[in-house]
Design a protein around this ligand. Sequence first.
Ligand code: ADP
Ligand code: MG
Length: 569
Amino acid sequence: MATGKINVSVDNIFPLIKKFLYSDHEIFLRELISNATDATLKLKHLTSIGEASVEYGNPIIEIKVDKEGKKIHIIDQGLGMTEDEVKKYINEVAFSGAEEFLDKYKDSAKDSGIIGHFGLGFYSAFMVASKVEIITKSFKDEPAVHWSCDGSPNFDLEPSDKTERGTEIVLHVADDSTEFLEDHRINELLSKYNKFMPVPIKFGTRTETLPKPEGAKEEDAAPTEEVDNIINNPTPAWTKQPADLETKDYQEFYRELYPMQFEEPLFHIHLNVDYPFHLTGILYFPRLSNDLNTQKDKIQLYQNQVYVTDNVEGIVPEFLMMLRGVVDSPDIPLNVSRSYLQADGAVKKISSYITRKVADKLSSLFKNNREDFEAKWNDIKIVIEYGMLSEDKFFEKADKFALYPTVDGKFYTFEELQEKLKANQTDKDGKLVILYASDKEAQHSYIEAAKAKDYQVLLLDSPIISHLMQKLETSKENISFTRVDADHIENLIKKDEEQISKLSDEEKETLKKELEETIANKSYTIQLEAMDSAASPFIITEPEFMRRMKEMQQTGGGGMFGMGNMPEM
Ligand code: ADP
Ligand code: MG
């Protein structure tokens, strides 16, 4: 038996580890399973290149909870460690790494958000355990070893009689962490962090019902069998090639990701890039007409199939955070603060790659099946309009496929719209006047009046549309948006001289006075005779700028939205 002192300068680093990682104790399991996975995949690699002459087989990782003994076991069949390797990787490298970490982040760690996404690797075991054992046998022909450490810098190292290749980590769960001895808690962690890890992970067994044997009677119970309960899918859709997947595979994966989502996504975008950074993933456009502020099912960030977080701020452009799906990249630095992340060159490239892929996908959907694109417009417009407002690169592309629906259910691109309005809807200054309604019911009579003059009326009712109109007015030449009930629509709608009001002058005067008193708001104008239909003997108008001002105030000021300042939806 050997004892030794772990090479750290502080007397006991574990209280520090506990303190700094307080909010995220649960990641210990993710870290240990990641190590077990690494050990397994390393062996796979060594056997495949002929450097390990052992049978790789079908290794799994097993998690066992011993509630009475207050222990958690993480067992792998990976490459294992020799005594020297334990000394090197566990005692030296690993512990000095922790010290370095603590030195570096002692002061900043608390509120920088670093810790939440920082894997401390092997030591994170000490967040929940008062004592940790490693029992390991290398694939090399060397005796097994047993390492144990109770949280002080002193460890024990002795021979072990373990015969199978691989490593078993035993956590003696500390009194303040007994929640992790509950099966349901472990299940929760496994499904959060390990659902798509590349090596099968077993947690207990489950009963599987087998088909009844030939000639079994109706009342006979079907036979059952206890099988390994494998909690993960080692080959999730995003790790495969798009060419090998069909729409139904993407839909199935969506349900795997979000078991509580019963609605099908509208479409997906498969991300796959190797250079200048590695990134894979699948993004889904869900139906977005519902309340977005309460969206629970967010885009998930993975690194090599290990779940990291669902806070993708800075990595995915803000306007796409309403989408769902998975982004997996080993190139995203996680041990840094969010503000650093946003300034990081690689991360910026990732974000603009994602924007470009989404724009290209939308563009091809538009070109290949316009009818379908139009049918989906209502559900996707908020993302597209928001993107056009916040990212100029996206605006350029989306300008070609963004649609402007009319009150009669036709859809025009901006270019088509300009073409359509050219002849009939220019004002005295030669400006194209784009008429629109925001509420078909409330503005019914105005719409009808405009249609009677052969004008096109758009139906624009998104919560951020006034911002987009402003942007279009400044980025395009000679156009203006005017709501059908705005006052200066009169400039465009030429009065039809032949129309004679059914009211006498006297009646008009009385009516006008009464209406003005009723409304009692000087910013509205009453126009009798402006309309000729019996259904609308008068109209009330409001200056366009007044109305837009009000709307902009409601949707959080003009121009761009800051982070976390999404328009009400
Ligand atoms: P990292 O995984 O980032 O290298 P860790 O602290 O998680 O850091 O692990 C330290 C080292 O210990 C690993 O690099 C590996 O060499 C060794 N190790 C940890 N767990 C295992 C295991 N289950 N099987 C084999 N080696 C392991
Ligand atoms: Mg690790």
